[in-house]
Write a protein that binds this ligand. Structure first.
Ligand code: DP6
Length: 425
């Protein structure tokens, strides 16, 4: 048997500080407003994907977090047989509510199509024989899927990046990642990244772009406060669809609020102005959740733990008469806190005091090590909240990080030398 060609890559999670919520085109995933995010470091949170391709593979197959996804639907199979591109649109319609499997295969189709186009344009890197070979894909997240931790963003960014390596496609790829999951286009770069909404109907100008690299603001820290590892009640795809249909506040936000905020946020990042960055971040998260409440019927992503985190942050900042912390929440109750390195130890003590952890649980703080300090009595009193036991299961401490990377070490492949998942998965 011919030895498969195998490539393994990793890709990061990103957390938006100006949120994407609402599409103007469901099939192409074109947003109603631009957005901006921070790419988190892959030492703490990442997706790893291995793609193997071989003449001897009979079918395209995919294993996500150790489980094979079903691809037996006839429409899906015909798409995979590389038929006409018109199949893609009905396919997306059929499978819209079946993310991620169908979108994974749409992305696979799009990368192959791009590779074929570029090989026709005379790029010697991709020969057409290889493009017709089937692929085996194996992908794992090192964090809870669908816990509101942007797993689809890292997953699709990783898939697109790895397939592009396998098929020898270079250049702009955020347009394809976007069609897997909107926020995935921002995980194609490290540092601070904007997704420019674009104007064209075909989405060619709806792309991600780096605003500043990961080295730009070394003191910036990110703490993920994991409130619940349960599945979120309303997925972001269907949630934002209902918001677009029913919320006038969302329309106002997209047309009249976000354009100005994008300019201010880019300036705050460029100046490394934490207070400006933090205030915009909190206001934008609050407005996004206000549009969820303005959706009819309303959508609730925040719970009592999220509310306690919001109060904690405002009382902490109020005590110091300085904006030292910012919170932001996506489509789930987990809080993501942005702060500067020097404030991390004290804030973590405050979290441990106001959310007493389970004593028999595993480690409470994961990721970058945090120095132990005492919680000042006057701060504890100024915050003055009633402790909420076991509200937060753990904290992931991380920082700004780079974009997707290729893993050169073959021992890190998730598929064995025969192209099948390793037994240990
Ligand atoms: C709240 O990118 O998951 O995290 O495009 O439908 O796949 P689809 O949605 P998705 O939405 C993310 C929404 C958000 C805000 C953000 O990341 O900007």
């Amino acid at each position: 048997m011919e030895k498969p060609k195998t490539v393994t890559c990793t890709a990061p999670v990103n957390i938006a500080v100006i949120k994407y919520w609402g599409k103007r085109n469901e099939e192409l995933i074109l947003p109603i407003n631009s957005s901006l995010s921070v790419t988190l470091h892959q030492d703490q949170l990442k997706t790893t994907t291995t793609v193997a391709t071989s003449r001897s593979f009979q079918e395209d197959r995919i294993w996500l977090n150790g489980k094979e996804e079903d691809i037996t639907h006839p429409r899906l199979q015909s798409c995979l047989r590389e038929s006409e591109s018109w199949l893609l649109v009905p396919l997306k319609k059929i499978y819209r509510n079946n993310k991620p499997t169908c979108h994974f295969f749409c992305v696979l189709y799009l990368v192959r199509r791009l590779a074929r186009k570029r090989s026709k344009d005379g790029d010697p890197a991709s020969d057409s024989m290889k493009l017709s070979h089937k692929v085996h894909i194996c992908s794992v997240n090192d964090f809870p899927t669908a816990a509101g931790l942007a797993s689809s963003a890292a997953g699709f960014a990783c898939l697109v990046y790895t397939l592009a390596q396998v098929f020898g496609v270079e250049g702009e790829l955020s347009e394809i990642a976007r069609q897997g999951s909107g926020s995935a286009c921002r995980s194609m770069y490290g540092g601070f990244v904007q997704w420019i909404m674009g104007e064209e109907d075909d989405g060619k100008d709806s792309l991600a772009q780096q605003v500043a690299p990961e080295t730009h603001w070394p003191e910036l820290r990110v703490l993920v406060l994991v409130a619940s590892a349960e599945r979120k009640p309303v997925g972001s795809t269907s949630g934002m669809q209902t918001s677009v249909q029913t919320s006038r506040l969302l329309k106002h936000r997209a047309e009249s609020v976000v354009p100005g905020r994008m300019v201010e946020m880019i300036e705050a990042v460029q100046r490394r102005d934490f207070a400006a960055f933090a205030e915009l971040t909190m206001k934008d998260s609050n407005q996004f959740h206000a549009t969820c409440l303005d959706t009819y019927p309303p959508i609730f992503y925040l719970n009592s733990v999220s509310q306690q985190v919001i109060n904690l942050v405002h009382r902490y900042n109020g005590h110091y008469k300085e904006t030292r912390l910012a919170y932001t929440f996506d489509a789930g109750p987990n809080a993501v806190i942005y702060t500067l390195q020097q404030h991390v130890p004290e804030f973590v003590q405050a979290v441990q005091h106001f959310f007493p952890p389970e004593t028999n649980g595993g480690e409470f703080i994961k990721g970058l090590p945090i120095e132990h300090v005492a919680l000042p009595e006057e701060l504890r009193q100024a915050i003055g909240l009633e402790p909420l036991a076991k509200g937060i299961s753990y904290i992931i401490s991380t920082k700004v990080g780079p974009g997707p990377c290729v893993l050169e070490d073959p021992t890190q492949h998730l598929l064995g030398s025969d192209g099948w998942p390793k037994k240990t998965l």
